[in-house]
Design a protein around this ligand. Structure first.
Ligand code: MBD
Ligand code: FE
Length: 239
């Protein structure tokens, strides 16, 4: 780790003013509480790709900074907890969990969380009620599930903190494409932490967190009364 830092200092001939500015910026990352954000946006994808070398089944993606364990368990056909007037396009997300031999996995859990129609996560944005758009959906005896929720918006990394400062100075953009987060788990299988994206969505090809994969893209189609429906099947490998 330090070898990499020392090598970069030599290669770029880092000066004292640059060192002092970097030190101050790192202190601000700590003081603002943005370490989880910074590490998950810029580092986690590489760790995930290394882990993925040894994995089979549905592709994984990064966990990110906004998972909260302990969401309520919901039946296989469920609507995620949401406000009475939850804004956004209604999305029905359905599919089946199977194992690598093609057998259904009864009772698999789909721990799902996502941003709202404006890109905010409950538990992290003060104006969103606790537990909003989070739940653990328990698949039926054939591993099937049908989750009603709303279409999430793309997520913008906060621009007012040190992570935003880095993004701006580097000339990058602060956006992640719209996504659903999931951990799919069942006893005897390796849990899969992943994300699902939306075909044609903004930032799909330039995720600031570099966490998209072509196998993880949903293509929702309009159904009745303005709703959209997307299907996705998960494949778990034995633990
Ligand atoms: C997110 O919503 C996210 O999923 C990640 C990985 C980083 C920042 C915000
Ligand atoms: Fe996210």
């Amino acid at each position: 780790m330090l070898d990499g830092v020392h090598e970069a200092i030599r290669t770029h001939e880092v000066t004292y003013p640059e060192f002092t500015a970097a030190k101050q910026w790192l202190i601000e990352v700590g003081e603002s509480g943005e370490w989880p954000l910074l590490l998950d946006v810029f580092v986690e994808h590489e760790v995930e790709e290394v882990a993925a070398r040894a994995q089979h089944g549905t592709k994984g993606s990064i966990l990110g900074p906004y998972y909260l364990p302990g969401a309520p368990k919901l039946p296989s056909v469920a609507t995620l907890p949401m406000r009475d007037d939850e804004p956004g396009t209604r999305l029905v997300f359905a599919g089946q969990v199977r194992d690598t031999t093609g057998e259904p996995v009864p009772g698999a859990e789909l721990d799902i969380w996502h941003a709202d129609h404006a890109g905010y996560y409950s538990g992290f944005a003060p104006h969103i009620p606790e537990g909003n758009l989070r739940g653990v959906v328990v698949a039926d005896g054939e591993g099937r599930f049908e989750i009603s929720t709303v279409q999430p918006a793309p997520y913008q990394i906060p621009t007012d903190g040190p992570t935003g400062k880095l993004i701006e100075s580097a000339g990058w953009h602060p956006w992640r494409p719209a996504h659903l987060h999931l951990i799919v788990r069942a006893p005897g299988y390796r849990p899969i932490t992943t994300q699902l994206y939306f075909a044609g969505g903004d930032w799909l090809d330039s995720d600031v967190a570099q966490a998209t994969k072509p196998e993880l893209v949903l293509d929702p189609q309009p159904i009745s009364d303005g709703r959209e429906r997307a299907e996705y099947d998960f494949v778990l490998e034995p633990a």
